[in-house]
Design a protein around this ligand. Structure first.
Ligand SMILES: FC(F)(F)Cc1cc2c(N3CCN(c4nnc(C(F)(F)F)s4)CC3)ncnc2s1
Length: 488
């Protein structure tokens, strides 16, 4: 069995974060494939020891934060052997160096699936690593997919890779990763689709499958995924500083090696950590959020929402409200081309919180004080808000499941009415006539497949609000702005 290389064994017993960074550096030096099983056990062991109630007292009094409790090689080795035995006792290794088959992938998924604890709280923290699987027989949705890929690596199927959307994970395999397979569950109360191909049904247009633009991982990006999945939370208010520091150091290592280039969420995670405790002043967290957006635009056809909500959240926390509106409007421009489905709850909650918590909070602040430079006087803020709401309306259009309900309307109208008439008047809303739309989008009769022609229509509002740009507002937004202008 592939035991550990001497250069890695020499780092044990691990007592310091720098030893873990060294282990990852060795594993990522390009001499062999990084060992997903080894790295997931080590990070899981550290995370679980430092975030479980048992030893919160021990470490907090050490002066420097990088000290860890001793992690022995034997502990890691015995867990490694246990995983190796679990997988190879059910499935024969790939002696012929062939591609994995759907049957093999499904059987590895079954080994993991059938060895999990019968029923447990799936959304709990710290259930993402092989340490959790091997010591507690518990994994979360991401953890099952990761374990399947690690299991296939143990068997010698190096064509099986992790594919990641913003809220789901599956695997690709075969020549050029041309085959896809579900290997884990998603959400609550949904029948799992393990073994099936990805996104053939109505789910094809749902955000959950990001219009078939997932992050398809290399082995090194799978290491980035396990590092991103490290969860430093001790409880909902406190993080274990050593775990957060370890995650940040490992993300910088992966960033410097170029393994985050095509992984927007990992760059966003690093941006969040840098905002809390900057390690690289020359690379500000706002630059990292911009890089995440650039990556999503360049490699994923701008079909991902989170890069914009990472950036919007940063601006909001730092009271940069005008910039936050622009990020959120850009996030909305992504979601407008999707059809909302029941699997998209996570992103629905994200937009709901922005529309019904963050924006009303900003309106309250901006309209209470004597803010000389208030955003209520800025037409581009009004324009970006309309673009934000318009995207959500268009998201709903042609979807089987409604998005908006009365709870959305009150904050929406409240927000729009906070802008003075003269400010609103500066936003040119020139709507196409129907024949213009026909010319631009082809026959209206092809919209029987749930308004696809509306899905293609581009809202030109993103252009400067001053020029005579045309825009295709959703009727709701058009009516609302018309109602406002009547009030002038
Ligand atoms: F595999 C699944 F199913 F878990 C889907 C994935 C999620 C995720 C992630 N996340 C999810 C999004 N996430 C966000 N944190 N803040 C976010 C924002 F709202 F501020 F944008 S989004 C935390 C990290 N970070 C790295 N990789 C992945 S792969």
């Amino acid at each position: 069995m592939a035991v550990f290389r001497d250069v890695d064994k020499a780092l044990f017993p691990i007592k310091h974060i720098s030893a873990v960074v060294k282990l990852f550096t060795n594993q990522l030096d390009g001499s062999t494939e990084p060992d997903l099983t080894l790295l997931s056990i080590v990070t899981g062991l550290i995370e679980n020891q430092l975030t479980s109630r048992s030893n919160t007292g021990q470490l907090s009094d050490t002066p420097e934060t990088n000290v860890l409790p001793r992690f022995e090689l034997e502990t890691v080795e015995s867990l490694y052997k246990k995983f190796h035995f679990t997988i190879t006792s059910f499935i024969e290794p790939n002696k012929t160096k062939s591609y994995a088959s759907r049957d093999i992938v499904k059987r590895v998924s079954d080994v993991i699936w059938n060895s999990l604890t019968r029923s447990y709280y799936k959304d709990r923290a710290h259930l993402q690593s092989l340490y959790s699987y091997l010591t507690g027989s518990k994994l979360d949705c991401f953890g099952v997919a990761f374990a399947v890929v690690a299991g296939c690596q143990v068997l010698g199927y190096d064509d099986v890779h992790l594919a990641l959307s913003e809220d789901h994970a599956w695997v690709v395999f075969g020549p050029n990763g041309s085959e896809t397979a579900e290997v884990t569950w998603h959400g609550k109360g949904n029948e799992d689709k393990r073994g099936q191909e990805i996104g053939k049904g109505v789910s094809a247009r749902s955000w959950l499958y990001v219009n078939n633009r997932p992050v398809v991982c290399t082995r090194q990006m799978e290491v980035a995924a396990l590092v991103s999945a490290i969860n430093p939370s001790l409880n909902s208010n406190v993080d274990a500083t050593e775990v957060a520091l370890l995650q940040q150091e490992l993300l910088w290592l992966l960033y410097d090696l170029g393994h985050l280039k095509k992984y927007p969420m990992a760059i966003g995670n690093l941006g969040d950590l840098e905002e809390i405790s900057p390690k690289r002043p020359e690379l500000s967290c706002s630059t990292l959020f911009e890089e995440a957006i650039e990556s999503a635009r360049r490699y994923y056809n701008n079909q991902h929402v989170y890069p914009y909500t990472y950036q919007g959240g940063y601006y909001f926390r730092n009271k940069m409200y005008k910039e936050a509106f622009e990020s959120w409007a850009n996030a909305s421009d992504v979601i407008r081309l999707y059809n909302y489905s029941r699997d998209d709850e996570e992103i629905y909650k994200e937009f709901l919180e922005i529309a019904n918590e963050h924006i009303p909070y900003i309106m309250k602040i901006e309209s209470s004080g004597f803010e000389a430079n208030t955003i209520l006087k800025k037409p581009e803020c009004f324009a970006n808000l309309l673009r934000f709401y318009d995207g959500i309306c268009q998201w709903e259009e042609g979807s089987a499941t409604p998005v908006l309900h009365i709870g959305w309307a009150k904050p929406l109208v409240n927000t729009i009415s906070k802008f003075d008439a003269d400010v609103r008047a500066q936003v040119n809303i020139v709507c196409d006539t129907l024949e213009d739309k026909l010319k631009k989008n082809g026959s209206i009769f092809n919209n029987n497949n749930n308004n696809n022609y509306e899905k293609e229509s581009n809202t030109a509002l993103s252009k400067s609000v001053k020029d005579q740009s045309t825009s295709n507002f959703h009727p709701t937004i058009e009516a609302l702005t018309a109602a406002c202008s009547e009030k002038i």
